[in-house]
Design a protein around this ligand. Sequence first.
Ligand SMILES: [Zn+2]
Length: 215
Amino acid sequence: MRLFSDFKFLLFPTRCFGCRELDYSICSKCRKLWNPHLYQSRVSNLAVYSSISYSPVAKNILLAAKEQSVKSADQLVSNAIKASLYELFQKHPSCALVPIPSGRTSNRRRGREFVNEMAISVARDFGVAVLPILEHQRIIRDQSRLNISSRRENLAMGLSIKPEFLGKYSGENLVILDDLVTTGATINEANRALTRGGFVVKAAATACVALRRRE
Ligand SMILES: [Zn+2]
């Protein structure tokens, strides 16, 4: 049995949001798993920089940040994105960040645009702009609850450039930003929409990468 010296913990026991074990908000085992490394993968011709290998624990941490707005989970995701961007900017400096938009229904449920918020929180550190250029062509279901084949189907509907960004900023160097890359379908679609809109996409960055589930 573990002993907790914190009196508050005895009154309000909490569970680790990574593994659900009785512990502080994140236990040391899960904290160790969320240790940024550089993972570089490719989606078509685009280099994708990530820093955390996706696992059941990583999934729970992402969900705690996205769905429950757990502050320390937000911090972990933001640190992972920073680690990915740090490597990316060595090769492609001064690119503006383009967050992948989430579906409208998930925004309504969460009350916030998660990836956009993450982008804003890290952009300051690198002195780059955040350009929320992309939107969904149609209302889609939340990706995180879909399996891979449904994801592909879901994304066939596609992303497009918001009307207010058409003809502006074209020629600007961009980095696509998302929390997770699995099949690469989302990043591929974002790359297609941005390139078609006259933008120059240099690379993509995510917090997590699903290493064994790539296409
Ligand atoms: Zn844990």
